[in-house]
Design a protein around this ligand. Structure first.
Ligand code: PEP
Ligand code: MG
Length: 316
């Protein structure tokens, strides 16, 4: 099976009915990007930059250190695009392992963009590093866990300010596409107003499922209730994809669901055309793409959205 998949490495991911599908990699370290290319990725859809910040006893990487890390990731991709997500610490990804958060509900607390906006000078250090790296390749800048319009406006203001700071120092920087993670139900419901601000969206199903179903993604006791197929989740996903399509803006999915071969057909049926996943999943998902005719999925997808498709249908 492994050898059979390996033969798909250079095969373009196109469905039977000719839909081109973008298969991207999720990475955690800059050095992972070269392996992503070898695994068949046509870009990095999610660089989890928080891994540069974690386990350092609170001593955060400065602008130059981050700049070098982003440049390394970009160089490894050999001209393919890299989507860098700003720091998403907190909840299941504490800055320091031994450090206990102390808050009752860390998943609902000061994490991701909330953490960045709480310290704008630190946030701009990261933004300047990304903007500088963007002079060396195709870079997209992605923001985690936005829920409020005022958070979007503050975030974009910080990007402008970071650029102005680089200009004031006469430091070269490059253009970036700006994107929002859709991983809080509020963002999914308000996706049309999000789209006014951003060039692209990326659906984070790990958190979207957690917050939609009120299931802590790291709590074993409720893991059996963590269900990517819950029709409420599927409807949010479907609506985000449709809203992006209507405006001609790219919608990616970068949660674990995107790399689950059992979900590929359904996601294609929902209209998803860009998937970002652990590099090890890319060829298996590609195989599913090559076997799928999206024209035949509408009735079944409709049943899944209503929550009354026979369970066996997913496997067929
Ligand atoms: C997600 O929430 O689906 C996601 C991709 O982000 P993370 O898993 O890093 O929270
Ligand atoms: Mg997330």
């Amino acid at each position: 099976e492994r050898e059979r998949l390996a033969r798909l490495l250079h095969t373009p991911a196109i469905t039977i009915d000719g839909q081109r599908i973008e298969l991207l990699a999720n990475i955690e370290q800059p050095g992972d990007s070269a392996a992503a290319v070898r695994a068949g990725a046509v870009g990095v859809g999610l660089f989890r930059s928080e891994f540069l910040f974690m386990g350092r006893s609170g001593k955060l990487p400065d602008e130059d250190e981050q700049y070098r890390a982003y440049c390394e990731a970009i160089a490894g991709m050999q001209g393919l695009p890299v989507t860098i997500r700003t720091v998403d610490v907190g909840a299941d990804k504490p800055l320091d392992k031994g450090h206990k958060d102390g808050h009752l509900n860390p998943a609902l607390g000061l994490r991701a963009i909330r953490w960045s906006l709480a310290d704008p000078a630190m946030f701009r250090t990261q933004l300047r590093a990304v903007l500088r790296a963007a002079a060396h390749g195709k870079v997209n800048l992605l923001f985690p866990m936005l829920a409020h319009t005022h958070e979007i406006e503050q975030t974009l203001a910080q990007v402008d300010l970071a650029r102005a700071e680089l200009d004031a120092r006469s430091v070269p920087h490059g253009p970036v596409q700006l994107g929002a993670m859709i991983e809080v139900p509020a963002a999914a419901i308000m996706v049309r107003s999000f789209l006014k601000y951003f060039d692209f969206l990326s659906i984070g199903t790990n958190d979207l499922i957690q917050y939609t179903l009120a299931i802590d993604r790291s709590d074993e006791a409720v893991a059996h209730l963590y269900d990517p197929l819950h029709p409420a989740v599927l409807r949010l996903v479907a609506d985000v994809i449709a809203a992006g399509q209507a405006l001609g803006k790219s919608v990616c999915m970068c949660g674990e669901t995107a790399g689950d071969v059992g979900m590929t057909r359904l996601l294609l049926g929902l209209g998803l055309r860009s998937f970002s996943m652990h590099p090890a999943q890319i060829l298996a998902v590609k195989q599913e793409v090559l076997r799928t005719d999206t024209r035949k999925l509408a009735a079944w997808v409709g049943q899944m959205l209503d929550g009354n498709a026979p369970a066996a249908a997913l496997a067929s």
